[in-house]
Design a protein around this ligand. Structure first.
Ligand SMILES: NC(=O)c1ccc[n+]([C@@H]2O[C@H](COP(=O)([O-])OP(=O)(O)OC[C@H]3O[C@@H](n4cnc5c(N)ncnc54)[C@H](O)[C@@H]3O)[C@@H](O)[C@H]2O)c1
Length: 278
């Protein structure tokens, strides 16, 4: 039975959990009082030290096994914020113990792992919730509102571009460049930022793709083994989506165009324009 407040543990106290998840849980605990983070797990000693200072009331563990040995009875959910290579293993372990799972994107590093996790969550009747947070960004909510209003008609064609001048970095105390190391990330920018682009296309076209054509490059093969540029066309039953992602741009920028049969939405970073056919 769920406790009130819901009690959770965060696994991986790196960039996103320390700057995003934990502050949001603390805010929510203050405003609504319905959630409490009682434990943090991190395999890196330096990160455990930082976690201890940031959350003096939380119990700190070096492994998920140690967490469950001590806290199994006290937990309702875990929040998995480690690199993708460990998402599936950690999520299966939590589901086996009857816990709900919030998991950072990409949900898993392979399709087979994702299918197996979904099947597991359905079988045990627990929530498996991926962090698809871009859906909640103000500009993306506005896009959804315009699509729902019917003003641009039926969405038929999408273009999404993500320009970055470097790969995203993890905390310096652990392995800053893990996104460029296949064994940790399962892929480069397509896996990292691409996951946001892809769930947005599924949402805006209201369907899943039936075919994918893609090209990628790695401009630093002597240093890294994941792609830094990725370009693809996704074919949907009701339209097409074009996504271009780069970690080697001279600017940091995001752009979306959403073409409907009656008009279009254009987004540049946080600016949105809607054009309607007269
Ligand atoms: N949704 C978003 O907008 C967003 C943004 C940034 C990162 N992320 C995702 O969050 C996850 C973490 O990324 P990050 O940038 O915070 O990485 P990070 O390198 O900053 O942090 C990872 C932390 O996990 C710890 N760790 C590694 N393996 C572990 C394990 N098996 N058990 C416990 N701890 C472990 C490391 O010591 C480190 O402290 C990734 O899946 C990434 O894609 C999502």
């Amino acid at each position: 039975m769920s406790k009130s407040p819901l009690q959770g543990a965060v696994i991986g106290y790196g960039f996103i959990s320390s700057k995003g998840h934990i502050p949001a849980y603390l805010e929510r605990a203050k405003s609504r009082g319905d959630v409490q983070i009682i434990a943090i797990v991190d395999t890196c000693e330096a990160r455990r030290e930082i976690a201890k200072k940031a959350l003096p009331e939380a119990r700190i563990y070096a492994t998920a096994d140690a967490l469950y040995a001590a806290e199994k009875q006290n937990l309702d959910f875990v929040d998995i914020s480690t690199p993708p290579c460990d998402h599936a293993k950690l999520a299966h372990q939590a589901l086996d113990l009857g816990l709900h799972v919030l998991c950072e994107k990409p949900l898993t590093a392979t399709l087979e792992e994702a299918k197996s996790l979904l099947e597991h969550a359905n079988r045990v009747g627990r929530v498996l919730f991926p962090c698809h947070n871009y859906k909640h960004a103000p500009v993306v909510k506005k896009i959804r509102e315009v699509i729902n209003s019917g003003k641009i008609g039926k969405v038929r064609s999408l273009a999404l571009s993500t320009y970055r001048n470097t790969h995203a970095k993890g905390v310096t105390e652990w392995n800053t460049h893990w996104r460029r190391q296949f064994q940790y990330s399962g892929g480069g920018i397509a896996m990292d930022h691409g996951s946001h682009s892809f769930y947005l296309t599924f949402d805006w076209l209201g369907a899943y793709p039936t075919a994918v054509t893609a090209k990628m490059t790695n401009l630093e093969p002597e240093k890294y083994d994941t792609e830094d540029n990725f370009s693809c066309v996704l074919t949907f039953p009701n339209g097409l989506a074009n996504a271009q992602l780069t970690w080697t741009a001279g600017v940091r920028k995001v752009g979306y165009t959403i073409q409907g049969d009656q008009g279009a939405i254009t987004v540049e970073d946080d600016n949105i324009e809607v054009a309607i056919m007269k």
